[in-house]
Ligand binder design. Structure first.
Ligand SMILES: Cc1ncc(COP(=O)(O)O)c(C=O)c1O
Length: 389
């Protein structure tokens, strides 16, 4: 009966899994957990420039409504300046579009590029939300693989085979969540050679673990000029402000394709006009002052990454180049889910099992390096003590 009323795209499985059920039980029992999955920056004890932010958000111009489907020109100009300064690529404000979140940007781009039943290539391991975002547009995520061999690399041999007749776009995430791998130049070239529009997720690009990065690392995908590129970023990660609901799409590529894409996207954005005025007015100031928070996050994730390493421990961290996450390999005596459940029940530690991210390998766990340092430190001590040397 239910099947006749509701769409397939909304029929998403929503029951708790074994770990989330165990976490709810533990919390209902009043157990204090050490949460090493925290990814909400506003709960992470960060030094926000509060006065500056609140001033920026209280511009009296916000009492007027003058919608522009792409977003306010002053805000788009601020994005273009930011991209040029931090990533060294020129993008015209005419090819910047504001959205309420990166998730909304994905939804618009899937609508632009895909018909129901089409596919988009998604990185594996990868961000679990892609599957849900695609599904809600009646699109399928088709994985392409990264492998680990002391560092992460794209499997360029199998990459072309992940493409089918129905593939309409490829998602490139640099650095990737959760592997922390930046895309290298030869990898970006191989992705571009698929001759598909590229949706380039650069939300963690400001969070590099190394001051002297791998010289093979690719810059923004906007540097490509022979294929349609939509580069995504936003305040959620860049300024640690997900609640302000402001992200952007910067587009580049051959003129004729870009023009057509942009006209279609503008019309779609005009249908919703989803970005609120106060945050658009505030954006230039937020982008001028976000460095304090971004620096604090960068320093924290670097220090927490160091805490995952201990000589002669049976916990072995995989190499991380950037982003907010680290993957830890534990002894294969238990599966990733068994480890996560055991650590929760016996040590009060909440850590994600690798399978949430389609990590291949029996005993990989994922921790958030954004976790406040005293909690992260205590959590790692417990993990080392439990897993042993
Ligand atoms: C790869 C990736 N893209 C985008 C986002 C952020 O999306 P939003 O702007 O919708 O908060 C996240 C958040 O975890 C992410 O991991």
């Amino acid at each position: 009966m239910v099947k006749r009323i509701f769409s397939r795209r909304s029929g998403i499985e929503r029951g708790p899994n074994r770990l989330s059920a165990a976490v709810s039980r533990a919390r209902a029992d009043g157990r204090e957990l050490l949460d090493l999955t925290l990814s909400n920056p506003t709960r992470a004890d960060l030094p926000y420039p509060e006065r500056e932010l609140l001033d920026a958000l209280s511009d009296s111009e916000a009492l007027r409504y003058e919608p522009d489907p792409l977003g306010m020109l002053s805000a788009r100009e601020a994005v273009a300046r930011h991209v040029s300064k931090t990533q060294g690529v020129r993008v015209s404000p005419e090819h910047v579009m504001l959205t309420a979140s990166t998730s909304e940007a994905y939804a618009l781009l899937f609508k632009l590029l895909c018909d129901p039943g089409d596919e988009v290539m998604v990185p594996r391991p990868g961000y679990p939300l892609f599957e849900l975002l695609a599904r809600q547009e009646s699109v399928r995520g088709a994985p392409y693989d990264s492998r680990y061999d002391g560092s992460w690399y794209l499997d360029l041999e199998t990459l072309p085979a992940s493409r089918t007749e129905r593939t309409r776009a490829v998602l490139a995430v640099s650095p990737n969540n959760p592997t922390g791998a930046f895309i290298k130049r030869d990898e970006l070239r191989a992705i571009a050679d698929l001759r598909l529009p590229i949706i380039s997720d650069e939300v963690f690009a400001a969070y590099s673990m190394d001051d002297a990065p791998d010289p093979r690392r690719a810059g923004s995908a906007l540097e490509l000029n022979d294929t349609l590129v939509f580069a995504l970023n936003g305040l959620s990660k860049l300024a640690g402000l997900p609640q302000l609901k402001l992200s952007w799409i910067c587009a580049g590529g051959p003129d004729d394709l870009l023009d057509e894409a942009w006209q279609r996207l503008s019309l779609m954005a005009d249908t919703y006009l989803s970005v609120a005025t106060p945050v658009q007015l505030a954006l230039p100031r937020i982008l001028r002052s976000h460095g304090v928070v971004a620096r604090a996050i960068r320093e924290r994730v670097r220090r927490n990454l160091k805490r995952t390493r201990r000589d002669a421990s049976a916990v072995s961290p995989l190499r991380v180049e950037g982003g907010w996450y680290a993957t830890l390999r534990l002894p294969a005596t238990l599966s990733d889910e068994q480890w996560a459940l055991t650590l929760l029940e016996e040590e009060g530690l909440y850590i994600y099992p690798g399978y949430y991210f389609d990590h291949v390998g029996p005993s990989l766990l994922v921790v958030s390096l954004l976790t406040p340092e005293p909690i992260f430190d205590e959590g790692m001590q417990r993990l080392f003590a439990r897993v042993g040397g």
